[in-house]
Design a protein around this ligand. Sequence first.
Ligand code: PSV
Ligand code: MN
Length: 407
Amino acid sequence: MPLSSSHHPTRAADACEVRVAAALEGWRLELPSWGFADTGTRFGKFLQPTAAHTIEEKFADAGQVHLYTGCCPTVALHAQWDLPGDAAGDARAVLQMAARYGVRPGSISPTLFQDQEYKHGSLANEQPGIRQRALDHIVASIAWARALGSSDVTPWFADGSNFPATADMRQRKRWLTAGLARAHAALGPEQRLLIEYKPFEPAFYHTDIADWGMALLLARAAGPQARVLVDTGHHYAGQNIEQIVAWLLDEGMLGGFHLNDRRYADDDLTFGSIDPYQGFRIFAEILAFERERGSSAGLATMIDQSHNLKNKVEEMIQTVMSGQELYAKAAIIDFDALAAARGEQRLIDAENIYKDAFSTDVRPAVRAWRRARGLAEDPLAAFRASGYLERVARERAGHTATATSYA
Ligand code: PSV
Ligand code: MN
């Protein structure tokens, strides 16, 4: 392993285990409720007999992921899909239901893109009535979040246009600014508004919050409890995401992540499946920042992916396992040696410090951490052996699939 004691293999392995255990102990990944439901692409949906159709089934599936990985105690909910209605409903019932499966509700995403009214946008819509409706929905989502004890409300706006000249981009910016400030005013003192950006899709000419700079300006204008949310799939190909992360951290404006991987666009592929080194580099920026400041960056780290070919619970466990491995690899970077190499402009040495950490097989250390916590060493194998999927396939047979939309 890449720590300086590496010339003594046993001691180095022990040091690696200690570093990995300390990192994993405090690391949590939030699961998306929609990742357990039948979803698809605009071309169609391939239904799974074990897919979740109700919020209870989503909690049940998420509970399995947490049971075997020990690192996913919260579930992100999408207001319209999971918490329908205009006002906070029976939060106690939702909390009790989640608790039955060993999880809690996490961040709450308003759903501002599905209803017919939102065809031309939500908070940036030309029609005042629709802007008001969108604001009311965000405020209702904030009320739900407070009733559920969730601190983070995570709006994503599909607002944008498809053809040049059809939208007044400056005016829409002002409507978004005003709407987000009003939404911010509805936050409780313990709550945060995490503003997510995306360059295109479903709008293919312009998207109102297209990148991190726009999200940052809007978050600053909204108020002190607003931050930026980075969805790893929401960038142009080749964009340096870890630099965005570094800048937002340095500005105190990074609120959290939606983790997934992509090859072409917002593909929602399994996190770490295409470019694991990028995940490692993002985690390295966070760990370096936290090390420097001596405390947690307070980030909400969620998975946001939903694939319709792999089994959903298995894919989620696979994602968590890869996430833990990448995080563990970043945690064993020799940051002191790195600072020295950078300061002395020893470029090859600095780069090799990353490469050494990234190419270290941390799986034995991750397994040791799981053993110490009483978890199965191989969460995926343990889940498969449990018979859960066979049972829910029987129980869920005959349920009708519900459309959830693109993710
Ligand atoms: C949009 O692509 C997104 O990333 C937003 O976070 C949504 O809330 C999520 O996917 C689900 O559609
Ligand atoms: Mn997202």
